[in-house]
Write a protein that binds this ligand. Structure first.
Ligand code: IMP
Length: 440
């Protein structure tokens, strides 16, 4: 102990990478527990921008173990490329550990993701087309190929044959595609195996040993609560569970190993891909916030949909994650707006009001936000390092959020660089003294 989970409290892209990177400084290990290279973290360090997809954010912190847990789906082509890129930039990757039980994204998963989306036409989910869904589907069907299989050619080949068999029909258009040639796939994946062999380990045991020794372990979620396959806006979700409970499964620890759960939220909302978004903005205000916030996907470059902060959804995210603290990012982006709206209730198609996140998909699709208007501020916030330095209106905005969600704000992002944050007194109360160390 202590185990600290960092999760997205919205639809992903909340700035988890930056928060994890900051906490990694005080941590002994950072563990990713779900998702794959559908995620993208942007971290700005010493003027250099890092775009990571698979690597845990701790990789930039020398001496901090960076663990890719069993719950992650790994595209080894992307992984080996990221390792090479980091090495080229003189980042030491000797602290990387990869779970032998993590599942691998195979070339046919990419094809199936692509074909699936194309077939859905207008109904498509807007996936990142990185093969995430088909890989998790194979895992559940017990047809997945795992990292450990890379170390045994015979087993690898056998498992690929078994995995390909039931897909014959859907992959028929690609019958002659060299990407589906058994020998080519086997050889390619064996090469990846050789490249990552030194990092493969029993990461569950490793993490439990650290927790037993009272070390600080940060569990880093990808995506966000509203993209959760069970609790999100299904079917417009990802294929894993980005909520805190999944940290246990995806890293191989027990619920009692978790002490803190931090939910990261932007000061407004964004969403990539299709699906309901009750507080969505359109027109010039949306364009303005998108440009100021640089709201374009790290992974796909897609323009993000933009909206007001949705407190109904945030309170829901807090409940399903047991949030102990909030990290509110990109507060600076809202500077210069006369009035800020925060959604405190939904109104359904027939005028019904919802204080809670509606469970029924149809209701949610027609729900629109009802707002409380709060005064904005005009000051540039990027230089603020203390809550007292924030304009009163910005402090009131944060207080309104904390009171509504009933979770304290521990950290406030006021700019893209890692030092452009404010640690509030609430962060000092954190288990393991991580926040206290950071504020000292
Ligand atoms: P998939 O995870 O590629 O299957 O995509 C499913 C949905 O999750 C799509 O709407 C994606 O845009 C969304 N999604 C997946 N990863 C992220 C992320 O890291 N940030 C934001 N949205 C994401």
């Amino acid at each position: 102990m202590p185990g600290i989970v960092i999760v997205g409290a919205q639809w992903g892209d909340e700035g988890k990478g930056k928060i994890t990177d900051l906490l990694a400084e005080q941590a002994d290990a950072v563990v990713r527990f779900q998702g794959g290279n559908n995620a993208g973290h942007t971290i700005v360090r010493n003027g250099k921008t890092w775009k990571l997809h698979l690597m845990p954010s701790g990789i930039l912190q020398p001496g901090t173990l960076s663990v890719i847990g069993n719950g992650v789906v790994i595209d080894p082509k992307v992984l080996t490329h990221e390792i090479e890129e980091l090495s080229r930039s003189r980042v030491d990757t000797q602290w990387l550990r990869i779970s032998a039980n993590a599942h691998l994204i195979m070339p046919y998963h990419l094809m199936l993701d692509d074909a699936g989306e194309t077939k859905l036409g207008k109904l498509q989910i807007g996936t990142t087309r990185r093969g995430i869904g088909p890989c998790y589907a194979d895992k559940a069907s017990r047809l997945g190929i795992r990292v450990q299989d890379l170390l045994d050619e015979k087993i690898l080949k056998k498992k690929i044959v078994a995995a390909l068999e039931p897909k014959r029909l859907s992959l028929r258009p690609f019958a002659k595609d060299p990407r589906l040639d058994l020998q080519t796939i086997t050889e390619e994946y064996l090469t990846y195996g050789h490249r990552i062999e030194r990092y493969i380990s029993d990461t569950s045991r490793l993490v439990l040993e650290l927790l037993d020794a009272d070390k600080v372990v940060v569990f880093e979620g990808a995506q966000g609560a509203l993209l959760d396959i069970d609790h999100g806006t299904y079917p417009f979700v990802t294929s894993s569970n980005p909520i805190a409970g999944a940290a246990c499964i995806g890293a191989g620890v027990g619920p009692k190993d978790i002490d803190e759960v931090w939910g990261v939220t932007k000061a407004y909302s964004t969403r990539v891909g299709a699906g309901p978004f009750p507080t969505e903005l359109e027109g010039t205000l949306a364009d303005e916030i998108r440009e100021r916030g640089g709201e374009y996907g790290t992974t796909t470059g897609r323009a993000r949909r933009v909206g007001w902060l949705d407190l109904v959804a945030l309170r829901y995210a807090s409940r399903i994650n047991s949030l102990t603290a909030l990290a509110v990012t990109k507060l600076d982006v809202l500077s210069g707006l006369d009035t800020l709206c925060v959604c405190t209730r939904y109104r359904g198609a027939e005028g019904a009001e919802f204080d809670y996140f509606p469970y029924h998909q149809t209701v949610l699709h027609h729900a629109v936000g009802e707002y409380v208007e709060l005064p904005g501020w005009s000051e540039d916030l990027t230089g603020c390092r203390n809550e007292d330095e924030l304009p009163a209106a910005a402090r009131d905005y944060l207080q309104f959020v904390a009171d509504f969600v009933r979770v304290p704000v521990a950290l406030i992002g006021v700019g893209p660089a890692r030092e452009e944050v404010i640690w509030t007194p609430a962060s000092a109360e954190m288990a393991g003294g991580v926040g206290r160390l950071a504020t000292a």
